[in-house]
Ligand binder design. Structure first.
Ligand SMILES: NC(=O)c1ccc[n+]([C@@H]2O[C@H](COP(=O)([O-])OP(=O)(O)OC[C@H]3O[C@@H](n4cnc5c(N)ncnc54)[C@H](O)[C@@H]3O)[C@@H](O)[C@H]2O)c1
Length: 314
């Protein structure tokens, strides 16, 4: 059993439930604080493990957070309102959870405690068509969601022992499922409607499987000293795909699906860029699930389950 103690806020979410499961399996002592806003059972399979503790609580509860922050070596703050539509609906709450709570965590932890933070890379290339982005490229988010994440990233980086990930669009099955993320959304649409409808087909972005996001966090924990103080893009380097290329990959893997192009509809999400993931790859990080394997996984799952959209989610 490894001795490190890890606190994950929002650990019952899409990324968190996968990451927590992997860390508990490896043998870390993991405490999760989550209000269980969405899936209530995404971590139920871990309650039998004696290196796992779940606290149903709110990251805005300063007393709870102060107590738990003292007990852990590594903090992974995932709790957030996620995605532009949800954040526009609850702006005050978004600012509190996505920014103020991060500020509070930083005010309470010692410089020796470690923090690993996930940002989104969605602000790269806003207004800069076909740009190739690395970690030096500025993020210019247009949504409240993106802005709170970027502001939180800035204060995180002032902490000596910090690592920031800028994640590509995540895909794949997780214990708390999200069907709003582009690959998951289009595969679900293909299975349900036997066609894929897309607009602004030449908008390009980068993708990463949720398991590989979990592996990236584990890689950061295990290589902390040589990674700290830095930002890393995390995505599949062979999957900088336009929407139409992605749609074609889906039709290659699922037979009998038509692609329907909407000519006049505009995408509010303006990202259109190639992302370089070389910085983390040079340190030895390797991804494990290709876009095609992820599409097949999602096809098999959506053929069996029909995930209902959560009204508070997106
Ligand atoms: N999924 C992606 O594509 C992606 C990409 C980049 C960055 N991120 C970041 O990763 C993190 C997790 O995203 P996700 O996709 O897993 O989202 P998610 O919505 O599935 O998970 C968020 C979790 O936080 C919990 N939560 C929300 N408010 C809380 C509060 N006040 N107190 C305690 N728990 C609270 C929710 O119950 C949920 O379980 C977020 O910080 C997000 O910005 C996600």
């Amino acid at each position: 059993m490894k001795k490190l103690k890890i606190l994950i806020t929002g650990g019952a979410g899409y990324l968190g439930s996968m990451l927590t499961t992997k860390l508990v399996d490896i043998g870390y002592y993991v405490t999760v604080i989550d209000i269980l806003e969405f899936n209530k059972t995404s971590l139920s399979h871990l309650f039998v493990k004696n290196n796992f503790k779940f606290i149903k609580g709110d990251v805005r509860d300063k007393k709870l957070m102060t107590k738990q922050l003292k007990k852990n070596n590594i903090i992974i703050p995932l709790a957030a309102l996620v995605g532009a539509p949800l954040c526009e609906k609850y702006p005050r709450k978004t600012f509190d959870i996505n920014y103020n709570c991060i500020k509070f965590i930083l005010s309470k932890i010692k410089s020796s405690q470690k923090i690993i933070y996930p940002n989104t890379n969605s602000g790269y290339g806003i207004g800069k068509k076909n740009k190739f982005c690395d970690e030096k490229s500025p993020l210019n988010p247009i949504s409240l969601y993106g802005r709170t994440k970027v502001e939180a990233e800035k204060i995180i980086l002032k902490h000596r022992n910090s690592i920031v990930f800028r994640l590509a669009t995540v895909f794949g099955y997780s214990y708390r499922m999200r069907t709003d993320l582009l690959v998951n959304f289009l595969v679900n649409m293909a299975i349900r409607n036997k066609k894929i409808t897309i607009f602004e087909p030449h908008f390009r972005r980068n993708y990463i499987h949720v398991i590989d996001v979990a592996y990236a966090f584990i890689f950061a924990i295990e290589n902390f000293n040589r990674m700290k103080g830095n930002i890393y893009n995390v995505g599949l380097s062979n999957a900088n795909l336009t929407k139409i290329q992605l749609a074609k990959r889906i039709t290659k893997n699922i037979k009998g699906i038509k692609i329907n192009l909407l000519k006049n509809k505009k995408d509010p999400d303006k990202r259109d860029y190639f992302v370089s993931n070389k910085k983390i790859e040079k340190l030895g990080f390797k991804t494990s699930v290709s876009i095609d394997d992820g599409i097949v996984e999602l096809k098999n799952i959506f053929n069996i389950f029909n995930f209902k959209k959560n009204k508070n989610n997106y």
